[in-house]
Design a binder for this molecule. Sequence first.
Ligand code: NAD
Ligand code: DAU
Length: 349
Amino acid sequence: MKKSIIVTGGAGFIGSHVVRLLVNKYPDTRIVNVDALTYAGNLENLSDVDSADNYAFRKVDIRDAAAVDALFAEIQPEGVIHLAAESHVDRSITDPLAFIMTNIVGTVNMLNGARKAWDGDYEGKRFYHVSTDEVYGSLGETGLFTEETSYDPRSPYSASKASSDHLVRAYFHTYGMPVVISNCSNNYGPNHFPEKLIPLVINNIKHGKPLPIYGDGKYTRDWLWVIDHAEAIDVIFQTGVAGETYNIGGNNEMKNIDLVEQLCDVMDELLGNELGASRKLITFVKDRPGHDRRYAIDSSKLQRELGWEPKVYPKEGLKMTAEWYLNNEKWLENVTSGAYANYYEKQYA
Ligand code: NAD
Ligand code: DAU
């Protein structure tokens, strides 16, 4: 292999799509998936590419600085695409420290590992930090987040991601490390862990369980098809300007209640239910504390400067997502039962 790229969090939702894209697109580059395999990490997500010659996996917890240093010493990567994180807002409300440790300390360990390995020689090197639109806080009825919007994180999750963004920028200014950052809106698609809204709703409809909608359901998110995000990450990694930030968005604002109703109708059609049957499961529940009202992304910089644009819109994407979950019952069962840990034991014994 001519060069190696480390992708952290490659066993997770977005990371697995990024790894698949890179393994298939760059056969001469070794793609090293680095993941601690927390509850959200599932190597089964990569079963279609894990025997490729240019794919490797290392089980490393990025909270462990010595393990991260050893990883860099072994792999000597030209680039890092850093996705590993605790990613669920609700979990950050019950256990903020886990988010501080992985999202902040883990990111600093990755930056330090790269700094030591590269030792000031940044020619051909790149550290790409994948972040979220949640760092910008909450919008009112109008307006969009741009790259210039001031940071205003409001959950322990978004505060930990904001902190990691600041640290990544600090390594650019202080050490000259060639970093690039992207801030993306809500992703959806295959392999999404069923604690997040869309797969949770699909799973609950399957089991005839209530569909919990927080508060009044009028909270708004900007939904992006996960493979569109993976393609944006590839474009930014290859052609983004060091020190720059790029917003990534789906151009697809939807209120939660509208999204869930649309998904109910898609599920009714696929399951052969009477139209409206799934909507009856919608149940308004206690709101999420500190719930951000509205996110919407202006991704015109990325479109203008690097030529990326989203290709899949929810009308089509929600149906493809629902179909994927219905066709991958075993995946869903394994994830919900925790049995996917056995896959790792078998594959890497
Ligand atoms: P995910 O929770 O599905 O996956 C996270 C992955 O990181 C898992 O494979 C997990 O095992 C791994 N991980 C967690 N802690 C680790 C540790 N200490 N050491 C090594 N690996 C560890 O998350 P996701 O939804 O795929 O998000 C990936 C990245 O994208 C995150 O940085 C997140 O903040 C960002 N992001 C997500 C979205 C979204 O809608 N899901 C949107 C914008 C940005
Ligand atoms: O905006 C990007 C972010 O999107 C990422 O940085 C996060 O990692 C990712 O988890 C996601 O965060 P959200 O909090 O927006 O996603 P979630 O799927 O948890 O919730 C989407 C919306 O649905 C939000 O307004 C909360 C609401 N919701 C969520 C759940 C789980 C409900 O109404 N009911 C639910 O049961």
